[in-house]
Design a protein around this ligand. Structure first.
Ligand SMILES: [Zn+2]
Length: 235
């Protein structure tokens, strides 16, 4: 059965050869980093530092981060002004391109290598979507990033620890920081907590930080030791 599937997919590749999602160049069959060519992959701007969430102050690799509720360490793989990064996130979030998971994994691997942050005893927590949005999209893009991160770090992923208890408007539809804060207030609750641990919250982008700030605020009432956030891109 499996060999038939491979044969069928090889036939499809012959008729419709896979192309780069960013520049439409033909892809080499043997490449292992998803539907993007190596030229476009190299255009992705990778940060060589992490940041403090409050003011996005750059923290060089090797420095001890501050763990505070209103100023947690933010690990941002890339930046939203990079056109290739923007395209990747848009495809993942709005165009159903879950096939870019190997691309995400490759970028995460490169970024984690640069920042060298000790993540032992952390649990990976993808930011949950509301049930309504999950039904509409069919998957949670943050969970796809979280699973890639887990493959690299071998850390556990929990999708039951942080719960989305309220549906809210997409933050991208709201322009002002205050509107975004109000929109997301009370959106999360804490579900199953097995043990006190360090948490690595994962989302796709960090714009004003309103969504992750609200999640951190909710989690902080439950005595977690250290909380860190990771996104594919920051503003
Ligand atoms: Zn390309």
């Amino acid at each position: 059965m499996k060999s038939w599937r491979i044969l069928f997919s090889s036939l499809l590749d012959l008729i419709f050869p896979p192309t780069c999602l960013n520049c439409s160049a033909l892809l080499r069959v043997e490449q292992s980093f998803g539907p993007i060519c190596s030229d476009c992959l190299n255009q992705v701007e990778i940060n060589h530092a992490f940041f403090q969430s409050k003011d996005l102050r750059r923290v060089p690799a090797g420095t001890n981060p501050k763990f505070q509720e209103a100023n947690y360490p933010l690990l941002a793989v890339s930046n939203y002004h990079c056109p290739t990064t923007r395209k990747l996130i848009k495809d993942l979030k709005f165009n159903g391109r879950t096939t870019i998971q190997p691309t995400i994994k490759k970028l995460l691997l490169e970024y984690l290598h640069f920042i060298q942050l000790d993540l032992s005893d952390f649990i990976i927590v993808p930011l949950p979507l509301s049930a309504k949005r999950l039904r509409g999209r069919g998957y949670n893009q943050s969970e796809i990033i979280a699973r890639s991160l887990a493959e690299i770090t071998k850390l556990p992923v929990s999708t039951k620890l942080l719960i989305r208890s309220k549906h809210s408007r997409p933050q991208s539809e709201l322009k002002s920081k205050q509107d975004r804060i109000t929109n997301i207030q009370g959106a999360f609750s804490v579900g199953q907590v097995d043990r006190p641990a360090n948490l690595l919250i994962v989302d796709d982008i960090f714009t004003t930080g309103a969504t992750i700030n609200e999640a951190v605020k909710t989690l902080n009432n439950f005595g977690f030791k250290k909380i860190v956030a990771l996104v594919l891109a920051k503003r």
